[in-house]
Design a protein around this ligand. Structure first.
Ligand code: NAD
Length: 417
């Protein structure tokens, strides 16, 4: 796949490094309004084509997909142009700065049939998926209360650079530059994270946001510092649970910490991630009377599946499934992949994932997807008949003659197990 990156700032560097590790992706072009940054980025990542605006890149046209890593207000105009030009888009969060614009983008992408995705990075936390599974399995009973916090401290410490002098932080503090403050920057991650874990959307909320005085005249150069720095929300979820959601950039000692606690009428879950590692603790069953929390093993690494209606195949090599323990581990990892609302085809590439656990994973995935019509299947080449049946079901979902795209699932791979 030929990929274009639009916006070449700090997050784009993470995208480029990650995409370069994937087989089958060529970074063919970069678009950026800052000429110096564009040249440095193209040189660092060996990108052969550079443009200073998206119109020029679209007129050139030699790419299949774009990673949109521009500042928040630029997502809408650029993504809409890319969709109109028939390009698949992976867009940074928040999708847009207004709900109406985000809906327009989602509708246009859906209508076009193109692959589209929003980068809510923390969805890839293994602990989050495991927590949702436990909630859905009724492990903590009916959810009653939750607490969710996202704490950063870059307005106090200089660990990520100096916000007073660097425009990558200054635009985040200014509404005129399209920022929705801490709500739009990390609140969006947190609300997504908490509601995914709770397996329930927000039904109603009230919120207080605050912008603190940070510079003389509340201004630095062209940036008026008027975007919110902290928020506190009280929310009720559709499942009836009440909770608190809050975030700030003033939490000294917390570079980037998400914590979500879920309390049901039969137990509780504590989820934590700093973006690199995630962990999960559970208090349920006999532990409830002792207030005892236990670490829950969370399968890692996670592979985030793009939210499209495409069908993917994931293969597990024979070596990876040679021993019982390895099979369990492969099945666990595959299960992570399978928890997606989209059709997945799991094959085992000549190996044998044919154990009851794997069947359990599939059933779990079917439950997670709402069951019914979702063609999630575990296939063994030696079970030819089943394979043919599943192929028949799946073929209705993809264009005639199209090959199943293959997702490489990191970890489900002989070397890593
Ligand atoms: N998913 C995550 O965890 C995560 C983390 C950080 C940032 N982000 C998101 O990534 C996006 C970029 O953030 P960042 O930290 O890299 O910001 P940044 O300011 O470092 O980089 C943005 C770049 O886009 C360029 N740009 C501005 N307008 C442009 C245009 N019209 N065409 C092309 N380039 C343009 C800027 O010059 C800048 O180089 C934001 O939407 C942010 O919310 C997501």
């Amino acid at each position: 796949m030929k990929l274009l990156i639009i916006g070449t700032g700090s997050m784009a560097r993470s995208h480029a490094l990650a995409f370069k590790k994937e087989r089958g992706i060529d970074l063919v072009a970069a678009v950026e309004t800052n000429a110096e940054r564009l040249a440095a980025f193209a040189e660092e990542h060996g990108i052969p084509n550079s443009f200073d605006d998206i119109d020029q890149a679209i007129a050139w046209g030699e790419f299949d997909a774009a990673a949109n890593v521009t500042p928040d207000p630029i997502h809408y105009p650029t993504t809409m142009k890319l969709i109109a030009a028939g390009k698949n888009v992976f867009c940074e969060k928040p999708l847009a700065t207004e709900h109406g614009l985000a809906k327009e983008m989602a509708d246009a992408a859906e209508k076009s049939g193109l692959i589209n995705m929003v980068n809510l990075t923390y969805r890839a936390s293994p602990a989050l998926y495991k927590a949702r599974q436990l909630v859905e399995a009724g492990k903590i009973g009916a959810l009653r209360h939750f607490e969710a916090s996202y704490l950063q401290s870059w307005l106090v410490g200089k660990h990520w650079g100096d916000w007073r002098t660097e425009d990558r932080w200054l635009w985040r503090l200014s509404t005129k530059h399209g920022s929705k403050g801490v709500v739009g920057d990390i609140g969006i991650h947190l609300i997504d994270f908490a509601t995914f874990a709770a397996a329930s959307d927000v039904a109603s909320l009230s919120s207080r946001v605050k912008t603190f005085h940070k510079a003389p005249g509340d201004r630095i150069g062209r940036y008026k510092l008027d975007a919110n720095d902290s928020f506190v929300m009280s929310a009720e979820l559709a499942n009836g649970a009440l909770g608190l959601i809050h975030a700030t950039r003033f939490a000294t000692g917390n570079a980037n910490e998400i914590r979500v606690s879920l309390y049901g009428d039969e137990g509780g879950l504590l989820i934590h991630t700093d973006g690199r590692q995630s962990s999960l603790r559970l208090c349920a069953g006999a532990d409830v009377d002792k207030n005892n929390w236990r670490e829950v093993k969370t399968p890692a690494p996670i592979f985030a599946v793009p939210p499209t209606s495409s069908v993917f195949s994931i293969s597990v090599s024979r070596a990876a499934t040679r021993s019982w323990r390895r099979r369990e581990s492969a099945a666990d990892r595959a299960r992570c992949v399978l928890i997606t609302p989209h059709p997945i085809l799991l094959t085992c590439g000549g190996g044998y994932l044919a154990d009851s656990r794997a069947i359990g994973q599939t059933q779990g995935a079917e439950r997670a997807t709402g069951g019914g019509t979702v063609p999630t299947s575990v296939l063994w080449p030696r079970w030819r008949k089943e394979f043919d049946n599943a192929e028949a079901t799946l073929s209705g979902l993809r264009p005639p003659g199209a090959r199943l795209p293959r997702l490489r699932c990191p970890g489900v791979d002989a070397n890593r197990l």
